[in-house]
Design a protein around this ligand. Structure first.
Ligand SMILES: Cc1ncc(COP(=O)(O)O)c(C=O)c1O
Length: 464
């Protein structure tokens, strides 16, 4: 078998080879799960659709958890990347590039006026780190950080603890924050946590994402921001999943008319071409950080590998959101999807506990992980990809429906029809089916690969 695959001709053998390679060199469990789920190999994607090796078309409601906001392979973003590649291949990466100035000027028009200092990073986690460093510089006497139960801000682990350069490390010592975790949606708990003014910052998703998807009560984000302002605590809004119109506003904090001290956004920012993230800081936060006795500007920067390509892609994606009025579109069409999900919940309460959502950030809170898995797999057999929770390991995971904001009414109706067929099918399955899948899921990492494949009727051979 060859290793250089021709995507246009991905055949069954190639599929076997791709999965085997993933299993050998990347993540054996994930490869096994992809094989067991008979997940097709994507070799083309366009706007709302991904197309598998056998030509099967899938409407993509998973959207890589929000990345494909402007649609797959958005032509404008693609052109921007190609133009930049042609025009400036030799400019060193970093921020000193016209494309960066262009992005910054654009961001200044879409962000609240006070958020006028931007630090770029290559991932959500990286810019969460930037925010954390800024917070600790700006509030040096306070070690505590408030976070919400179920929140997610990335998974980096302690590169700074390895730093042998005191000038970069000492300003943040003792390393690590003292975390105070509060229930999501409970403003009183935040007020109580901030009361003694020992908290440096609250990190919060204005709509809680991931498998916990929760739209907070109206006024919650405003109450949190007010509690922060009253106690000199910084409010960090993590809009990495909610940014650029996903919730029906350009940024989700706008639903409560809030301007945070720091805002993070990424995921959708380059339309899925090249990951990039922005940590937008108010100049007041930067001024506070600059008063730190050990401050120097590079404390807020990485040694950045952010390239002109990703910056150009980001600017093009933001323009696409603005020109296509995609946030307004999410506000207008999102309820069509959400109302359908709510109706499905009411018709099938045996499997669905709730249908949280705002704009095009929607989902079904499922009775248990096996129900989520079954809905996701059966929906795929009807040509719809949904955002499965993978291994977030919560009792009632939310199966996500995060379409590109370009999705049409007819496509939404197709999704809802497939969902109804799927849930009706599930209604007629015996309880022991979901019970046995639950049993299997709890043991999924301990079962031998051959058994998982046999049980799922997969033709794939695990050879690692
Ligand atoms: C709200 C939120 N913050 C931070 C992150 C981390 O982003 P990344 O995976 O790019 O590091 C994610 C990723 O899903 C996220 O959803």
């Amino acid at each position: 078998m060859t290793t250089a695959l021709n995507p246009a001709a991905t055949a069954r053998d190639d599929r076997q080879e791709i999965l085997a390679s993933l299993g050998r060199h990347w993540n054996p469990t994930a490869a096994l799960m992809l094989a067991a789920a008979s997940r097709p190999v994507e070799h083309e994607s366009k706007n709302t659709e991904v197309i598998a090796e056998d030509g099967t078309r899938y409407l993509d409601l998973a959207g890589s958890y929000g990345v494909f906001l402007v649609g797959h392979g958005n032509p404008r973003v693609r052109d921007a990347v190609l133009d930049t590649l042609d025009s400036a291949p030799s400019v060193p990466p970093g921020t000193f590039h016209p494309a960066t100035a262009d992005l910054f000027a654009l961001l200044a028009t879409v962000l609240p006026k006070s958020l006028d200092r931007y630090v770029l990073g290559c991932s959500g986690a990286e810019i969460s780190e930037t925010a954390l460093r800024a917070v600790h510089l700006a509030r040096p006497g306070r070690r505590k950080i408030v976070i919400a139960e179920g929140g997610y801000h990335g998974k980096t682990l302690g590169a700074m603890t390895l730093l042998g350069q005191p000038n970069h490390r000492e300003p943040f010592e003792p390393l690590g924050s003292e975390l105070v975790t509060v229930p999501y949606g409970d403003a009183a708990a935040v007020r109580e946590a901030l009361a003694d003014r020992s908290v440096a910052a609250v990190f919060l998703e204005p709509v809680l994402g991931g498998a916990h998807l929760t739209v907070p009560p109206k006024g919650y984000v405003r109450d949190v921001a007010d509690a922060c302002a009253a106690t000199g605590t910084l409010f960090v809004a993590d809009e990495i999943q909610t940014c650029l119109g996903r919730t029906g506003k350009m940024f989700a904090v706008e639903h409560d008319g809030v301007v945070p001290d720091i805002m993070l956004f990424s995921k959708a920012l380059t339309g899925g071409f090249i990951p990039v993230g922005v940590c937008a800081l108010s100049s007041q936060v930067v001024a506070d950080a600059e008063r730190h006795p050990r401050f120097h500007p590079s404390l807020l920067a990485g040694s950045s590998s952010v390239s002109a390509l990703s910056v150009a892609a980001a600017a093009a994606a933001v323009r696409e959101v603005l020109d296509g009025e995609l946030a307004e579109r999410a506000a207008r069409l999102g309820p069509r999807l959400r109302d359908g999900l709510v109706a499905a919940w009411h018709r099938h309460p045996k499997h669905i506990l709730d249908a949280p959502g705002i704009g095009f950030m929607t989902g079904l809170r499922t009775r248990n992980p096996s129900v989520e898995l079954l809905i996701s797999m059966v929906m795929a057999s009807h040509g719809i990809h949904t955002g499965h929770s993978l291994n977030e390991q919560i009792d009632h995971p939310v199966l996500r429906f995060y379409p590109p904001l370009t999705i049409t009414e007819a496509e939404i109706d197709r999704v809802l029809e497939a969902l109804e067929t799927t849930l009706t099918w599930l209604d007629h399955r015996p309880r022991r089916l979901t019970d046995s899948i639950t049993w299997l899921l709890r043991r999924q990492y301990r079962l031998p690969a051959w058994l998982v494949l046999k049980l799922s009727h997969s033709k794939f051979q695990a050879d690692w």
